[in-house]
Design a protein around this ligand. Sequence first.
Ligand code: ADP
Ligand code: ZN
Ligand code: ZN
Length: 755
Amino acid sequence: MLLAQVYLQRATREFDQLYSYLVPEELSPQLAVGSLVSVPFGRGNSERQAWVAALAEAGENKLADQDFTLKSIGSILAPPLLREDQFLLAQEMRRRYFCSISQALNLMAPQVLLSTGAKTQRYAYLTDPDEAVDLLEEGSLRSMGQVRVLEFLLEVEEASLQEIMAACGVSRSVLDTLRKKGLIANYNKEVARETVSREIVEAEKSVPILNSGQAEALASLLETNSDTGKAGSEYLLFGVTGSGKTEVYLRAAEQVLGQGKDVLILVPEISLTPLICDRIESRFGQNAAVLHSRLSPGERYDQWQSIRSGQKHLVAGARSAVFAPLKDIGLIVIDEEQEASYKSERTPRYDSLDVARIRSRMHGSKLLLASATPSVESYYRSQTGRAKLLTLSQRAGGASLPHCEVVDMRKEMAFDPATVISRPLKDALAETFARKEQAMIFLNRRGNASFRLCQDCGYIHKCSNCEVSMTDHLNPHQPQQHLLICHYCGKIEKAPTVCPACGSEHFGPYGLGTQQAERVLQELFPEQKILRMDLDTTSGRFGHSKILGAFARKEADLLVGTQMIAKGHDFPDVTTVGILAADLMLGQTDYLAEERCFQLLAQAAGRAGRRGQTGQVLIQSFNPENFVIQAALRQDYQAFYEEEIRKRRVLAYPPFRDLGVVTISSHSQSSARYVARQLESELRYLVEKNKLGQQLSYFSAQPAPIPRLRKRWRYRLLLKSPSRELLTRCLNYLNQLKIPEQVSVACDINPKHWA
Ligand code: ADP
Ligand code: ZN
Ligand code: ZN
């Protein structure tokens, strides 16, 4: 008799464990570890979905326990989607990321469950497109989520709910609200499973011959470790943009595939890195599964299945692709390893680098991190022997580094206090356009202005759901109209024209955003065509590629945008890059601000002159002497690193200490505060009882940096320790304490976003 051990697919904490079931004779041939099954559960035998984690013959294993009162599995819902080692990974994730096994497993088979076996899908369409246009023009919708959905449906007419949620970044409740308002309607659409084959990408014309630096890096990467006879583990491939890092890891991937092993390549965000995906598809063809974030659920399911069944041996994708069910991984590559998007900010709060390290240990594979501006933590690993540093020191195609200069905005403001574009930048742009070349202007803040302020009484308009100021936007559907938008909860209000506090008319927008920069630039250069790219212009199905494509085809002379334009795109005719308000990023208070600023400045600068011509970069700053600006100016990572690591050591920040953050939140301020204090005293007790004072420090419970978010009050406990293991254990202890239902507790280690 065959027995199966299963995890429930949606288990509360109490039921987050293995359960044994009998396997009926007729199911046993198809059943395998990783199958999704339906089981009767609990006293009422209600039907539940579950993952098969292990199989054993009765009597063979102590799990069998001769228990013939066991219930039987009802049916098989889906063929195997997970592999055995992924259940071990899920157990490890529960411990490290304070989640349940079922939450971890759901990450590993994303969206699949929703579409298993379904012949129809829920679709939505606009009941009255004209009314949608009216509402957008009036600016009378109350949330950004609703705006994005209407804009999306105006563009594509109809789409599955899954696709809308993914494309617009909204939850189901936004769709429900729109349906209740009568703006959208749903129906069930028959869906034939789309086949995965996409348009065949043209094969790369020629594969370059590696230069000596690349050849050396590739050789050390592929070398087996002579001490252990095993493949060595972690590498950091460090080289400026264009130094040929991608070429090196694609070659390594070819070799590893040639040895019959699998390869996993992680890239930050597929929509922002179309080039690399094309390169992978054209080089590896049918052997590669590229997991685009906008695959339909059916396509994603098919891709996953083809990976699990061993048809695909190379997987490329964003953060969650780290869970792809490959069988025998020989190489894991993490491109742009410094990117914050590798860290999930939702439960389970995992870090893909961390998960990749666990998987590479489980599979005995190599782990390669690649970056032009490595995170301080990763570079530190390479300096302390935990990773091997591979350096590429010149640009591969022979292009030279751009000429960088800083513009002192204190002088520019003294000349004209309303300066947005400094005189040197204006001149540089004019010359660029005269030569029929292209330029990019980078500003890391979207919207028209950062906030609205009253000059008479100092009132700043804040969101009623969150303790943050609302951002001033021009309504894209009605450019005369100013809207105030909360960038945290998406709430929209029409901007008041007089101060709501004192009635003064001196109530206006302050602080430059991309919309305003675009307008100012258009006034300066009325002849030039300007495109803008930020979150507000890219919500449609192909928003990114439309703008990038138009710019690449030289349909515009200038691209203005947020960090989205700083990354990965290769525009050979861009010779001038301007960076506005570089200091904005330094103004943030968390310990990662300098690192983020350096990375963005260096990346933005790297956009200039990628081929042929030498580019120029102008950085506008009020702190031209700041070490971050100075290092970025000279494209000197080393100088930045030395100063930054010194600071981290002195202030006891990562990589010298790990930071544990416990966020306690509730609609009731008093409940949140009460639980926060309670956890603090539990922690104090734990530390005193076990004499942990030497290895663990903590700070008393405080309101979080954003003390109220989406109507929830938030408090925070901060822990510091040189031992990740100790920190993990303490957080697990706090996480399992019983707390009132209306309060939620979230634990995280080294978060990338501090809110
Ligand atoms: P990175 O990943 O460091 O930005 P890439 O590998 O994308 O660098 O290389 C940048 C450009 O140089 C690409 O167009 C690539 O095809 C080209 N390239 C890479 N290696 C070589 C080489 N050895 N010889 C000539 N061109 C190369
Ligand atoms: Zn006022
Ligand atoms: Zn808000």
